[in-house]
Ligand binder design. Structure first.
Ligand code: PLP
Length: 432
């Protein structure tokens, strides 16, 4: 008999980790396992879920779309659900962003942005302007290009040889300030490294890519708005495109629809995914300005953007995204977001009192605390203990090494969010 075909789970080491939990169904913020457990999903299932699991409005929209048109090639064709999504996004994204390119997930939305930036210049006979700048602690996905712009980490170590070189500059990680200053008195000097780089080599640089205001996988690092504003000004000054990777921050996570809105910054390219479909189906979107797209409008066919994934603009994913955006229109989503933000700002300062807590950070619906650890980083030994502790108490939290964060679906109630914080407090008291 052939051996069983076993699922190889992401981020799972079969020699070290427990077997996966079998989820039979989910409802609101709860995952219901086959053996009868109810687990509170406090990380929105890898940051994708907005309006609760199995949201009936989104489920119905997908079912209705499936009966009409499940998918059609997007090269040379379009469909109502994609056109509707473009119209709906128009309401939310900066007016300067005039073109939308579909792909499959966050990583491909990033790949598309990087390739667009490079070809934008090569189409203008400026092929030397092709280098990319990215931030320390950045994370942009797991495909080869996205992994190249992500900072070095245990995720990327084995692939050093296949990552293309990028310029790496400081991020505004205030708790571990890269230039040894204090936020209360600094003038965002950490951006000077980017300033010098662009001043010296701007003519070779196509784009700077950032996670605006919040570096997620790098440790839920919250940046001051001024950092993003300065990066924007430097890019404009040196004719370098700014790519805002809003894959995590988009769709209300940071308190406004997009993190760039908080800083009053408009990027040249913007990457969206994760929450775009409310967490139901994979989809990537890269938006760009008319100026970026103009370089592809040409009577020379070689100037075409030859990038396209089979499922690009999938009609079911578009229908889910349309339903999710309709929920933003009909329901008090931003009131829920404000409530979550308020509870984070009440509870985090209390946790900050524990000597083992080095820093607490918050932006919108995301609250995080950095635990003091000699082995700080993704592979910190405390991480599996914390994960297990939370799960045993029925809460799904996946610390990023020594950083514990809460990133719930917007439908979490105040009592449920307080419960999550109670469990975190208990973990700190028990494990430290
Ligand atoms: N960009 C950011 C900022 C992310 O946080 C992620 C995923 O966590 C990605 C890109 C990659 O998205 P995906 O996992 O959908 O490929």
């Amino acid at each position: 008999m052939n051996p069983a075909l076993r699922i190889w789970h992401p981020f799972t080491n079969s020699a070290l980790d427990l077997p996966p939990l079998l989820v039979e169904r989910a409802e609101g913020i709860y995952l219901c396992t086959k053996d009868g457990r109810r687990i509170l999903d406090a990380i929105s299932s890898w940051w994708v879920n907005l309006h609760g699991h199995a949201n009936p409005r989104i489920a119905a929209a997908i079912a209705e779309q499936a009966r009409k048109l499940e998918h059609v090639i997007l090269a040379g064709f379009t469909h109502d659900a994609a056109e509707e999504l473009a119209e709906r996004l128009r309401k939310w994204v900066a007016p300067e962003l005039t073109h939308l390119f579909f792909s499959d997930d966050g990583s491909t939305a990033v790949e598309v942005a990087l390739k667009m930036a490079v070809q934008h210049f090569s189409n203008q006979q400026r092929a030397e302007k092709r280098e990319i700048v990215a931030l320390e602690h950045g994370y942009h996905g797991d495909t080869a290009g996205a992994m190249s712009v992500s900072d070095d980490s245990p995720f990327t170590d084995p692939f050093r040889a296949m990552r293309y070189p990028v310029h790496r500059v400081h991020s505004a990680y205030c708790y571990r300030c890269p230039v040894g200053l204090k936020r209360e008195t600094c003038q965002i000097e950490c951006v000077q490294q980017l300033e010098s780089l662009l001043a010296e080599g701007g003519e070779k640089i196509a784009a700077v890519i950032v996670e605006p205001l919040l570096q997620g996988a790098g440790g839920m690092i919250v940046h001051p708005s001024e950092f993003l504003q300065k990066v924007r000004a430097l890019c404009t000054k040196h004719d370098v495109l700014l790519i805002a990777d809003e894959v995590l921050t988009g769709f209300g996570r940071t308190g406004k629809m997009f993190a760039c809105d908080i800083a009053g910054v408009t990027p040249d390219l913007m990457c969206l995914s994760k929450g775009i479909t409310g967490g139901f189906l994979p989809m990537g979107v890269t938006l760009c300005t008319d100026g970026v797209e103009a370089a592809f409008r040409s009577d020379d066919r070689r100037h075409t953007f030859y990038h396209g994934h089979s499922y690009t603009g999938n009609a079911l994913a578009c229908a889910a995204a349309n339903a999710s955006l309709q929920i933003f229109d009909d329901e008090p989503v931003f009131d829920h977001i404000a409530t979550i933000a308020r509870i984070h700002s009440e509870r985090l300062p209390q946790l900050r009192e524990f000597p083992s807590v080095g820093d607490t950070r918050q932006i919108g619906t995301i609250g995080a605390l950095e635990l003091r650890a000699d082995d700080a980083g993704y592979l910190s030994a405390i991480r599996p203990k914390l994960y297990q502790f939370f799960l045993e108490r029925g809460v799904l939290l996946r610390p990023l090494g020594n950083v514990v964060y809460v990133l719930p679906p917007y439908v979490i109630s105040p009592d449920e969010l307080h419960h999550v914080y109670d469990v975190i407090g208990e973990a700190i008291q028990t494990l430290f």
